[in-house]
Design a protein around this ligand. Structure first.
Ligand SMILES: [Zn+2]
Length: 56
């Protein structure tokens, strides 16, 4: 992986399967990191909610 985003880790990795139906026909949608599933026709985003680092 190359780090070519100086503003931080804002770039998303490609998804490999739909979190709703499990299909693998995902295509990028829009310019906000959205994904479109061709199987269930859902459009969704994936958001990072934690890094595993324990905060006191
Ligand atoms: Zn789906």
């Amino acid at each position: 992986m190359t780090e070519d985003t100086p503003s931080g880790r804002t770039r998303q990795l490609p998804l490999f399967c739909c979190p709703y139906c499990g299909d693998e026909e995902l295509t990028p949608h829009g310019d906000r990191g959205e994904w479109h599933c061709a199987a269930c026709l859902r459009t969704f985003t994936v958001r990072l909610t934690g890094t595993g680092v324990q905060h006191p």
